[in-house]
Design a protein around this ligand. Structure first.
Ligand code: NAD
Length: 482
């Protein structure tokens, strides 16, 4: 067991106001390695008294942190990024052990997280306001940006490092304090990120990490007037519920919710090259990615070739423990997701879909589901309407541009959309016509620290990263001096 993992799991706990809080006699729940089904630790749940301490810390921490100039705040964040990079391998192993995601992907996620801290460290220095032209002599009309206040953030298990880094980075860059409730499935990854910040000199009280029953913690924190903003990544139903709670206190929200990304493949592409990209993207983190490509529409002229090529590649994906370097796809996060995917596939088959590859569980132990390809799936099937969040590719044919655009935009989701074409004219049109917060044309790469990450329609609002990510943690104040 890597040192970092051993250290985190020697006694799981959480940080309140930067202080380590061990389990004591608190209620606990087991943390399970999804590749082996072994219990790797017992996670304590925060009590209401703990949450009160976290809220008091957030209030104090906000006053401390906002008073530190942005370039100094940036130094702490950059140092944390360097510490993260220096521990990349150990932290990647922690994230893989908890989440099942293969190690090649968690290694990238460590770098992504460090890059996010670097970005916000710099961008925090550019929270510019403006001075307006006078309307009378001797006056000054100024617009300034201020940190919104203490932020309550909730992150899921699918990016156990990257999601906490996004939420903490935006808040710290803007001068806010944070209470983060990471996913109970992947606690040590979030704790490892927090440790890097604390070792880099983040003042105590600025960051708290708590765990427990998600609905209880969010209800308690959102009821407090101390919290001024909530940032959530997760499912659409939970996002809607949290927005209602936020409305009670008119708190600002960033909602990064689910998607059901269409992929349009036209007949003027190098089919093999596009297939390699599509299959890699589809089975990344076993399909448990909010921007995962889920609905593939291949032009009828290349349809059979596309389905056959996808099927052959899916069957060749090596599924196993993510700690093994040869593994190409790990398990699902928990048994509930296995049941959910089985339900989607059974329902599709009942509606007439053809199972080209996979279609069932794998291995004796662990939450493994085979890389699956379904074709000719009617829109009446559930998987054509609900986010599958698993290793299932759905492939259907199309014949005309307008028809496939209508199909792509048919659902209430609007997170990511992708298209592959050799035509520059069509590429431009696709960028304009696809209804999504992020559109990848001839690429699945739709996220860098400089770019806004977020959805439209029911996929949420308020981007993370980019200048928009910082803006989401700032409020605007107009000062008129006479
Ligand atoms: P889930 O809805 O139980 O949990 C998803 C995440 O939301 C977890 O991290 C959980 O801790 C958190 N959560 C749930 N209820 C909450 C509440 N009331 N307050 C605060 N946080 C809360 O589902 P699951 O089975 O763990 O995940 C499957 C579903 O979640 C998928 O269908 C997918 O749509 C969604 N999901 C989306 C993302 C994303 O990146 N958008 C990430 C993970 C999960």
């Amino acid at each position: 067991m890597a040192t970092q993992l051993a250290a985190e799991y020697a006694e799981l706990g959480f940080f309140i106001g930067g202080q380590w809080t061990p389990a004591g006699d608190r209620k606990t729940s087991p943390v399970i390695n999804p590749a082996t089904e072994e219990t790797i630790g017992q996670l304590p749940h925060a009590t209401n008294a703990d949450l009160d301490r976290a809220l008091t810390a957030a209030q104090k921490g906000f006053e401390t942190w906002r008073a530190i100039f942005p370039d100094q705040r940036g130094k702490v964040m950059k140092k944390a990024a360097d510490i993260l990079r220096s521990r990349a391998e150990e932290i990647a192993r922690v994230a893989t052990t908890e989440s099942g995601k293969r190690i090649a992907e968690t290694r990238i996620e460590v770098q992504m997280s460090a890059n996010i801290f670097d970005w916000y460290a710099e961008e925090g220095r550019r929270a510019y306001g403006r001075v307006l032209p006078q309307r009378a002599p001797g006056t000054r009309l100024a617009v300034i940006k201020e940190p919104v206040g203490p932020v309550a953030a909730f992150t899921p298990w699918n990016f156990p490092l990257g999601n906490p880094a996004r939420k903490i980075g935006a808040a710290l860059g803007a001068g806010c304090s944070v209470i983060l409730k990471p996913a109970e499935e992947t606690p040590a990854s979030a704790l490892a990120v927090a440790r890097c910040l604390m070792e880099a000199g983040l003042p105590e009280n600025v960051l708290s990490i708590v765990f427990g029953v998600p609905a209880e913690i969010s209800t308690y924190l959102l009821a407090s007037p101390i919290i001024r903003k909530i940032s959530f990544t997760g499912s659409i139903p939970v996002g809607k519920h949290l927005m209602k709670l936020a409305a009670e206190g008119m708190k600002r929200t960033t909602m990064e919710l689910g998607g059901h990304a269409p992929v349009l493949v036209f007949d003027d592409v190098d089919v093999d090259q596009v297939l390699d990209a599509c299959v890699g993207a589809k089975y990344r983190n076993a399909g448990q990615v909010c921007v995962s490509p889920t609905r593939f529409y291949a032009h009828e002229k290349i349809y059979n070739r596309f389905v056959d090529g996808f099927t052959a590649r899916a069957k060749a994906v090596a599924v196993g423990d993510g700690l093994n370097d040869k593994t190409q796809m790990g398990p699902l996060i928990h048994a509930r997701r296995l049941v959910a995917i089985e339900g989607f596939v059974a329902d599709a088959v009942q509606h007439g879909a053809k199972v080209r590859a996979g279609g069932g569980r794998l291995h004796e132990r662990g939450y493994f589901y085979a890389p699956t390809v379904l074709s000719e799936v009617p829109n009446s099937a559930r998987i054509m309407n609900e986010e599958p969040f698993g290793p299932v590719a759905v492939i259907n044919p199309f014949s005309d541009f307008d028809g496939v655009i209508r199909e792509a935009n048919r659902l209430p989701y609007g997170l990511a959309a992708f298209a592959f074409t050799g035509s520059a004219h069509r590429a431009k049109l696709l960028g304009e016509k696809l209804e999504a917060g992020m559109v990848g044309v001839n690429t699945f790469q739709i996220s860098v620290p400089e770019s806004p990450f977020g959805g439209i329609k029911e996929s949420g609002h308020g981007s993370e990263e980019g200048i928009e990510g910082l803006e989401a943690c700032l409020v605007t104040k107009f000062i008129s001096e006479a």
